[in-house]
Design a binder for this molecule. Structure first.
Ligand SMILES: [Mn+2]
Length: 449
C-alpha cells in the first residue's frame, strides 16, 4: 500500500500547489485524529486550508463541498468510500484517504484514493483513517513522524487493536512515546484502581461496577493496595486481579475479552491511557465541540482544559443515563430488549448507553439491545448486541426500515452502521408504528445455516 500512498501524495502535492485545501472528515475519534494529522501537515506545508467535520456524507453535503472547486482542493478523510457516485460528478480531481468498505468498480477516474480494500493484500494493509493520513503525512515529510501518536489514537478509537495488521504494526513501531503492557483491559490504566474498577462498564464487573465498597473488597481480596494503578501492577498482582475479576464474572462466557494490551502514550507530557484519550475526543466531538477536539489532538493546553470539562460533564451524563436506563420499563422479548427512553435520555448518548449495557452480564449473549431517544421531532434508534455472536444488526434495521417505509412512504428514515452496531432515525409521530415493525422483526427466529 505504501506505493499507493506514494503516488497519491505526489499527485496531491502537485495538484494542490498554490490552492487552499478543504478537508472533510468524520466525527468519531478516528475522523478527528485524521483531521488533526492533516491540519498539522498542511500547517507545516504553510498551505491555506479549512476543515469540516460531518456525521456522514450525503448528497447535499457532497454538493456543497464540490461547489468549492476549482478554487479549492477537496480532501476527504475517514469517509467517502460509499459516495463514489456523488464524487463522479465533480468537475475536478477529488482526494480520498479512507478505509471503509468500497466497491472497486465504483471508483471514478477523477477520484484519487487510498483505501486498504483496494489493495491486493487487505489483511496486511488494514488500518484506520488516521493510519492512512499518517502514512500520507510521513510521505510528505519524514518530520511528520511525530504524528504517529495520533494514528495510534485513531487505531484504538476504531478498535483495530485486537488484530494488528502489518501496517498498524509499522505505525506502532514509529511511535516512540507508546508503551504497551499486557493486562486487564480496563481504562484508564493510569488512575487509582479503586476508581477505575468502580467506574468500569467494560468489562462490567458484578458487585464492583458502580459500587465503591465492592471495588475496595476486590482489591483487598486480590491483595493489591487501593491506590495503585493498572500500570503500577507487577505480573503477580495483575494475575491476581484478573482472577478476582473472573470469579465475579463466573456465570458469564465473555471472560476471554478482559485480557489484552494496555496502550499508554505520552500525551501533554503525561502518561495517558489511549482508550481514555480516545473516549475524550469522541465525547467532545459527538457533543459538537470539534473546535476543542482537534486542537486537543494537537496538544493545545487551552483546548485540554476545555476538553476535560466537557469530558467530565459527559461522564456524569452517562452515569445518570445508565441509571435511568436500568430503572426504566423495558419491552422484553426472546433475545431482545427495547429501551424506549423518549426524552429521558439524550439522543447523543443513547448509543453509548446501549453499548455499555451490552457488555453487562445481565444480558445473555446474543441479546439485541435497542435504545430509542428523542431528537426534536425525530427519534434516534441505536441497536447493539450483547457479546460477540448474534444477529446482523444492519440487516435487521434495514429490513425494518424497508417495511416501515413501504407503509409510510413520506418518512425520511435512514439506516446507518454495520453488523454489530447499527441505527436509524425516524419521525416521533411514527413511534408506535415503528415499534410494531421492529418488534415483529425481532421476534422472527433467525435460522442459522
Ligand atoms: Mn475510521
Amino acid at each position: 500500500m505504501l506505493k499507493e500512498v506514494e503516488s497519491f501524495t505526489s499527485e496531491f502535492l502537485e495538484f494542490s500547489k498554490g490552492k487552499p485545501v478543504r478537508v472533510i472528515s468524520h466525527l468519531d475519534t478516528d475522523g478527528i485524529t485524521s483531521a488533526a494529522i492533516l491540519t498539522k501537515v498542511l500547517q507545516r506545508l504553510d498551505a491555506p486550508f479549512s476543515v469540516r467535520i460531518v456525521k456522514s456524507l450525503d448528497e447535499e453535503i457532497v454538493k456543497q463541498e464540490l461547489a468549492r472547486q476549482p478554487n479549492e482542493v477537496i480532501l476527504f478523510s475517514d469517509l467517502a468510500s460509499g459516495s463514489m457516485d456523488y464524487l463522479s460528478k465533480a468537475s475536478e480531481k477529488v482526494f480520498v484517504l479512507d478505509h471503509h468498505e468500497i466497491d472497486a468498480s465504483s471508483v471514478p477516474e477523477n477520484v484519487c484514493i487510498v483505501n486498504p480494500h483496494l489493495t491486493d493484500d487487505f489483511e496486511s494493509n488494514n488500518c484506520s483513517g488516521a493510519g492512512l493520513c499518517y502514512l500520507f503525512a510521513k510521505e510528505v515529510s519524514a518530520k511528520n513522524k511525530d504524528l504517529a501518536k495520533l494514528a495510534i489514537i485513531g487505531m484504538i478509537g476504531d478498535r483495530h487493536e485486537t488484530n494488528i495488521s502489518k501496517i498498524n504494526q509499522g505505525v506502532i513501531n514509529d511511535c516512540e512515546e507508546l508503551d504497551i503492557k499486557k493486562g486487564l483491559v480496563m481504562y484508564p490504566a493510569t488512575r487509582p484502581l479503586k476508581r477505575t474498577l468502580e467506574y468500569s462498564t467494560s468489562p462490567y464487573i458484578p458487585g464492583v461496577t458502580g459500587n465503591g465498597d465492592g471495588a475496595i473488597a476486590l482489591l483487598r481480596d486480590s491483595d493489591i493496595p487501593f491506590d495503585k494503578t493498572l500500570l503500577d501492577l507487577n505480573k503477580e498482582e495483575m494475575s491476581r486481579l484478573i482472577t478476582g475479576v473472573m470469579i465475579r464474572r463466573t456465570d458469564d462466557e465473555k471472560t476471554g475479552d478482559i485480557i489484552g494490551n494496555l496502550y499508554i502514550l505520552k500525551f501533554f507530557n503525561t502518561q495517558e491511557d489511549v482508550r481514555e484519550i480516545s473516549t475524550l475526543i469522541n465525547a467532545c466531538s459527538r457533543l459538537g465541540y470539534y473546535d476543542v477536539a482537534i486542537p486537543y489532538c494537537l496538544q493545545n493546553e487551552k483546548a485540554k482544559e476545555r476538553a476535560l470539562e466537557i469530558y467530565t460533564d459527559y461522564k456524569q451524563e452517562l452515569v445518570a443515563g445508565l441509571r435511568v436506563a436500568e430503572k426504566m420499563d423495558k419491552i422484553r422479548g426472546k433475545k431482545f430488549v427495547i429501551l424506549n427512553a423518549q426524552d429521558k435520555i439524550k439522543d447523543a448518548i443513547i448509543g453509548t448507553i446501549c453499548s455499555m449495557l451490552s457488555s453487562s452480564p445481565s444480558y445473555e449473549e446474543g441479546t439485541v439491545l435497542i435504545g430509542m431517544a428523542y431528537n426534536e421531532d425525530k427519534i434516534k434508534v441505536s441497536a447493539r448486541i450483547a457479546g460477540h455472536e448474534g444477529r446482523n444488526l444492519k440487516e435487521l434495521m434495514e429490513k425494518t426500515i424497508v417495511e416501515f417505509k413501504s407503509d409510510n412512504p413520506d418518512s425520511v428514515a435512514e439506516v446507518g452502521g454495520h453488523e454489530k452496531a447499527a441505527g436509524c432515525m425516524i419521525e416521533v409521530s411514527k413511534e408506535e408504528i415503528f415499534l410494531e415493525k421492529l418488534k415483529k422483526n425481532l421476534e422472527v427466529e433467525v435460522v442459522r445455516v
